[in-house]
Design a protein around this ligand. Structure first.
Ligand code: ZN
Ligand code: ZN
Length: 87
């Protein structure tokens, strides 16, 4: 028996796309892309919210849709640690 049972979901995965987001320049790449690091600045791309893990479903997202966490680096903290040189 080789019946072709129709699946429930089908092949269409509309509305199920997610993105990786660069925390530095907020550049988005599709999750199925092989990019792990931003080609602009070398920052490791976020696969989801750093706080709650919510996937990034919009390439224009700057904040988590679930908990409101900023998806970009805090410039103050980043600059602070950058200029804090250990002697
Ligand atoms: Zn970037
Ligand atoms: Zn979140």
């Amino acid at each position: 028996m080789n019946e072709d049972v129709p699946g429930k979901g089908g092949a269409g995965t509309s509305g199920d796309v997610a993105y990786r987001l660069c925390p530095r320049c907020l550049r988005a790449v599709p999750l199925h892309s092989r990019e792990q690091y931003c080609v602009n600045d070398g920052a490791r791309l976020l696969e989801g919210c750093p706080r709650c893990g919510e996937p990034i479903t919009s390439p224009y997202a700057h904040f988590c849709a679930r908990c409101g966490e900023a998806l970009s680096f805090r410039v103050d903290n980043d600059a602070d640690s950058y200029f804090r040189r250990s002697t």
